[in-house]
Write a protein that binds this ligand. Structure first.
Ligand code: MN
Length: 242
């Protein structure tokens, strides 16, 4: 659509234009979240479920379209719907997603707002941490950094697998940058590195809903298959460079 068309449409459909603005400002807020943190700016009055970055069967057979249909279509969507209900007419209503996360973190009476906002962020980040035909060798700049911090890519993957397996109950395994170093960390439930001054590079969801339909209780099989076949080193490299 060229700018003349957009101008005409704005004149003809001011309400449509407003809706588009709300959606695009929320998308920008989420887009910023994928880069360096803190990424602030747009007041996203309505949080939207970001589109999956691939078809729902793109990760099969490692992660089936059945798992994606529940994980993305029900769980991720549910966090978005819940958050929008929780923040109506509150101090959080006009905040970007990142601001909601930071403003609610660590406050017991805001735990529902924190949990839902952080889970929106975590899942958007998780989908981008995976790709069809992933795994393999990281891009050169990231590989160098991994080798400096862990000794080798294999050692980094082993630490990620150990963190994913060592998380008791629900949570996340992350590759993060802290200062000049890369580290592997794990977080429980909806917790995330953003509140700890760490820059997330990639994540693996180890909530049971991420793997139970495909792997049942075999979390290690899911984690190792993700690391070997789906992990998106290019996304981590982009985040490192951002
Ligand atoms: Mn999940």
């Amino acid at each position: 659509m060229n700018s003349l068309d957009q101008h005409d449409q704005k004149m003809a459909f001011p309400e449509l234009q407003r809706r588009r603005f709300l959606v695009s400002s929320a998308s920008i807020a989420i887009g910023c979240a994928m880069g360096s943190f803190p990424a602030i700016g747009n007041a996203a009055t309505v949080h939207v479920l970001p589109a999956l970055p691939y078809a729902d069967d793109a990760l099969a057979p490692v992660i089936s379209s059945n798992t994606i249909s529940f994980h993305y279509g029900k769980h991720h969507k549910g966090y978005v719907d819940n958050l929008n209900k929780l923040i109506v007419a509150s101090d959080f209503a006009d905040m970007s997603l990142e601001k909601v996360i930071l403003a609610s973190a660590g406050q017991a009476e805001k735990s529902a707002i924190f949990n839902n906002s952080a889970q929106i962020w975590n899942h958007t980040f998780y989908w981008r941490s995976l790709r069809a035909n992933g795994g393999g060798e990281p891009p050169a700049a990231l590989k160098q950094k991994i080798e400096a911090s862990f000794g080798s890519v294999e050692a980094c993957k082993k630490e990620l697998a150990a963190a994913a397996m060592g998380q008791f109950g629900s949570g996340w395994a992350w590759l993060v940058q802290e200062g000049d170093k890369l580290k592997v960390v794990r977080t429980a439930n909806a917790e995330l590195p953003l509140t700890k001054g760490q820059k997330p590079l990639l994540t693996i969801d180890v909530w049971e809903h991420a793997y139970y339909l495909d792997y049942q209780n075999k979390r290690a099989d899911y984690v190792n298959a993700v690391l070997d076949k789906l992990i998106n080193w290019g996304f981590a490299a982009d985040n490192l460079a951002a």
